[in-house]
Design a protein around this ligand. Structure first.
Ligand code: PXG
Length: 289
């Protein structure tokens, strides 16, 4: 596998980052996870835009332009002959001292890894997920804004540990006010009649790219899409619940905190949206070749 590091392509074994990199020492950096479908990079500009916004929020200067970054992602896919896969884009603060001061770091490190993707078993999409709401609250926006897709994922990892220890694969995180924020690596939607509702970013949600695509596709299918505050009550009493994310795409949720959701199977709206999403993903995107 050829890894992109700072404008060069190097063999996987030669792809190295310093132990003094503040990405490692402090989680000081930003990242993106991007999919390729059928020889095209899906929502490339949107992911790169979010990366630069995350970087801006932590005062990290990315040493190349957005355009060069997009080209680098495509080139990394091409060199690794990826047609369907997963791209991890990482920008760290770079090599510094053992002190916190980020301004002593020499140069941001840009790493792009293009790999195959290990998909969730198809069975999960048919049966649906069981979830719990976890005790770990989502970071408050005034401390570390969840809009920033940073390398510091401990908040999410603590929540994921709770979910896994409880025997389920994902956890729903609430914010300090008790409102639903998101899952540990996915956004959450409820279906109520012909309406889908997802928490606004201020409730502690990342502005997910998949979430955005779903909000855009829904109205074209006669489904109203809205952002609104949600509580656990709204999850338990939803007709359907589903998660969205680059890795998971759209996946139905059939149980939360031992309450059965809807019929106990992924619902009609979830399945229609998942089909529409797959069709959209198959036909859009930046060509690799
Ligand atoms: N919320 C959080 C906290 C995320 O990290 C999403 C929502 C969904 O956003 P997108 O743009 O993907 O629709 C994410 C992103 C992985 C992996 O490899 C996935 C994410 C983050 C980290 C790793 O499965 N999801």
């Amino acid at each position: 596998m050829k890894i992109y590091i700072n404008g060069r392509f190097v063999d996987q074994r030669a792809a190295r980052i310093s132990v003094f990199d503040h990405g490692l020492l402090y989680g000081d950096g930003v990242f993106e996870g991007i999919r390729a479908y059928g020889g095209r990079v899906f929502m490339l500009e949107e992911h790169v835009e979010r990366l630069y916004h995350s970087a801006r929020a932590i005062a990290l200067k990315i040493p190349i332009s957005r355009r060069r970054m997009c080209e680098a992602v495509v080139e990394t896919c091409r060199r690794n002959r990826i047609r369907n896969g997963y791209v991890r884009l990482v920008v760290t603060r770079g090599e510094g001292t053992l002190g916190l001061n980020p301004f002593l770091c020499k140069r941001a490190q840009v790493v792009i890894i293009a790999a195959g993707i290990r998909l969730y078993p198809e069975e999960l999409y048919e049966k649906g997920l069981k979830l719990i709401t976890v005790g770990t609250l989502r970071n408050v926006p005034e401390a570390i804004n969840p809009k920033i897709k940073s390398l510091n994922y401990l908040n999410n990892i603590l929540a994921k540990i709770e979910a896994l220890n409880a025997g389920v694969m994902e956890g729903i995180m609430l914010n300090v006010q008790g409102y639903v924020a998101e899952a540990t690596g996915d956004n959450v939607f409820v279906v109520k009649g012909r309406r889908i509702i997802t928490p606004p970013a201020w409730c502690g949600a990342l502005e997910g790219i998949t979430r955005g695509v779903v909000m855009q596709l829904a109205p074209q299918m006669g489904i109203e899409a809205a952002e609104d505050v949600l509580t656990r009550y709204d999850l338990y009493n939803a007709d359907e619940v589903f998660l969205t994310g680059t890795a998971a795409e759209i996946i139905g949720v059939v149980e939360i905190d031992d309450r059965r959701i809807g019929t106990g199977k992924p619902g009609t709206v979830t399945r229609r949206l998942a089909a529409a999403f797959r069709e959209y993903a198959r036909t859009q995107g930046t060509p690799i070749e």
